[in-house]
Design a protein around this ligand. Structure first.
Ligand SMILES: C[S@@+](CC[C@H](N)C(=O)[O-])C[C@H]1O[C@@H](n2cnc3c(N)ncnc32)[C@H](O)[C@@H]1O
Length: 248
């Protein structure tokens, strides 16, 4: 079942405040890397899956994309996107990825930033994106790193009595599937997938892998947000770039 937690008022207000402060993990860690991994966007048709408040969609437009179709199920997120990131070549559409009906072979690039861990049926959406991409099209997405989503219960960072982080606990790694977590509110639903599950879902559905990264903070990022240094001990995000090569 799909959850639309970003339309929960309390969740949304907290998330918006997080993103409005530019000193955050998205801006310092994930966005620079996913933008680096994007192919040349000039005159390309881009699909932005789970566009949220539209920053990446507008970035794609400003890089010269001919069109950006940006979808998201959350009306609150899309309202922010329309207000902040309106652009003549960006079209915002309210839908979950699972419900979207795409014209076949209509996009050069599908990009998705930190959305895939909300999707229950990974194979189904990868097949749908594959059909929507033109031949040789690129799928580039970031997701919560499996070592972060794995553990079902208990604190992930194990600390000493002074709160210092001793080590990070990974457990239940091979148990794929649903996780119910607290993030601003109780009952936020994630789906854990191991690294092999993420990669094999692409490979068996007609993609070949081009690059995988686990973003690391720069020295400048650590200077701005010292706790981001813990990313050097374990990554929060993984980014996969794949090319459409075959009919699944
Ligand atoms: C962490 S936010 C990222 C937003 C945006 N991609 C960015 O990087 O700023 C996750 C977004 O995924 C959207 N989302 C959640 N489930 C989704 C689904 N099934 N299909 C498409 N988008 C979804 C949420 O509404 C939210 O806007």
């Amino acid at each position: 079942m799909k959850q639309n937690i970003y339309d929960n008022e309390l969740f949304f207000e907290n998330y918006k405040a997080l993103r409005e402060d530019p000193i955050n993990y998205n801006e310092l860690l994930e966005q620079p890397e996913i933008r680096r991994m994007l192919p040349d966007l000039k005159s390309k048709h881009v699909l932005d899956i789970g566009c949220g408040m539209g920053d990446l969609a507008r970035y794609c437009a400003e890089q010269g994309a001919a069109g950006v179709t940006a979808l998201d199920p959350s009306s609150r997120m899309l309202q922010e996107a329309e207000n902040r990131n309106n652009h003549p070549v960006v079209e915002y559409i309210q839908t979950a990825l699972e419900d979207a009906v795409f014209e076949k072979q209509s996009y050069d690039i599908a990009v998705s930033s930190l959305v895939m861990h909300y999707v229950a049926d990974y194979d189904a959406v990868i097949r749908s994106i594959h059909a929507a991409l033109k031949e040789d099209g690129i799928l580039l997405f970031s997701t919560e790193h499996p070592i972060v989503t794995a553990r079902k219960e208990g604190d992930k960072w194990i600390t000493d009595e002074d709160g210092n982080r001793i080590h990070f606990a990974v457990d239940n790694y091979q148990e794929q599937g649903r996780r119910d977590v607290k993030w601003y509110v109780d009952g936020v639903v994630y789906y854990h997938r191991s690294i092999s599950a993420l990669c094999n879902g692409l490979i068996r559905n007609g993609f070949s892998l081009e690059e995988i990264t686990e973003p690391m903070p720069s020295e400048a990022a650590i200077a701005q947000l010292p706790r981001i240094e813990h990313e050097l001990r374990r990554p929060s995000f993984i980014i996969l770039k794949a090319r459409k090569t075959a009919h699944p």
